[in-house]
Design a protein. Structure first.
Length: 137
């Protein structure tokens, strides 16, 4: 769904490591072991002080800021607050599903009925997402 909504989807390598860790769900470990071709995994800038948030969220915020991302996909409340304080435009999983459903994406309608699932992507940049979220404010 994300590659249909965004021009580019980026994941910090720190988050990739977390998703592949032994304590992550096996399904998530398997997914990140062979990531899809549309997912760009990048090193990203060094994060010195995560400001009380998890290092994966801090890495995603730093990467989004450094690359001028149009949109940051993040669900952690403290992470959302920190990203907004830095002037980043953020959405959560439900915001992405809302955008997909609005565009008639059958995956968006299906995912709205599912509960849970991996939080696998922390960065999303693209003209499509920018237009949607500017219109929604």
């Amino acid at each position: 769904m994300l590659p249909r909504l965004c021009e580019r989807v980026v994941l910090p390598s720190v988050v990739r490591a977390e998703l592949g860790a032994a304590d992550a769900p096996v399904r998530v470990q398997s997914w990140i072991a062979n990531p899809p071709t549309w997912l760009d995994i990048v090193l990203g800038p060094m994060v010195v002080n995560p400001a009380g948030i998890h290092k994966g969220e801090a890495a995603a915020i730093a990467l989004a800021g450094s690359m001028g991302a149009d949109l940051l996909l993040i669900d952690d409340r403290r992470g959302v607050r920190a990203a907004k304080q830095q002037g980043l435009r953020v959405t959560g999983t439900l915001g992405i599903l809302d955008l997909a459903a609005e565009r008639g994406d059958p995956g968006g309608a299906f995912c709205r009925r599912r509960q849970g699932g991996p939080r696998a992507v922390h960065g999303c940049a693209g003209a499509h997402s920018r237009q949607h979220f500017q219109a929604r404010g």
